[in-house]
Ligand binder design. Sequence first.
Ligand SMILES: [Zn+2]
Length: 282
Amino acid sequence: MTRNPPADADLRRAIDPVICYPTETLPAPDLDLYRAAREGAHETASVTVPPREARCFSVPAGSFFRITSVEGPQVGDLNLWNATDLSERFYSGKTRALHGTHLTTGRRMWSSFPHLRPMATIIEDSLDWYGRDAFGGSVHDVIGTRCDPYTGNLLSGSQYHHCCHSNLTRALAGHLGASIREAEPHVHDVLNVFMCTGFTRDTGQYFMKASPVRPGDFLEFFAEIDLLGALSACPGGDCSAEHSSDTAVCYPLLVDVFTPRIGALAGWRSPDRNGYDGSHGL
Ligand SMILES: [Zn+2]
């Protein structure tokens, strides 16, 4: 049973919140430079991600990658690694702490400790008009983890093999020539591309709703370091009803890589690893 509130409960609740991580001192991306370089860039790779599957793709530092909705509304679960050191990978939780629950143009995907540096910067988002809806929902979240067979088993006893976690694991294993057992620990919390999500106001529960994405919509990134990416076309489709099953209608997603002309990024260099000395006081 809930306790009776203290006499000053309303006063305590009325205290103004403070932003945990003000971002004024965060190194700002030079979006004008990135966009100018993108103008003259040419396509160097194209990968189609089939429904309920995932595919890997490589993006050299200083190149761009674009995720596009094709054929029908579809959500994608994105993992990123340092191409030469898989222990450096996308850190969804810290990205959320820095930028908020959803990402859009100008926001960055930050890497895990002890690296904590930008891996990729969003340079264009065709769904940036969506903003935040009346339910508190928005697009491209870093709050969901990825659909996975373990939670499905926990809640319903299922043995479903095409959740994003499994799709990403199979794709990475295939790319590395590694076993499923070797690949699985590298799969991590995702950027939910095109997914529309939020928290319910009354119970604070994670919710999803039909994605506003339509064929032709895209999210485009600048690779700050050499990247290995993996994208899963979620079995939830547009995530309007359910995931972790073969029920939803699903569509492919397209990943295109673009490389700028030599000299187009004059003055830019890949960000250094985090400057903390790593001694932890010892
Ligand atoms: Zn999924």
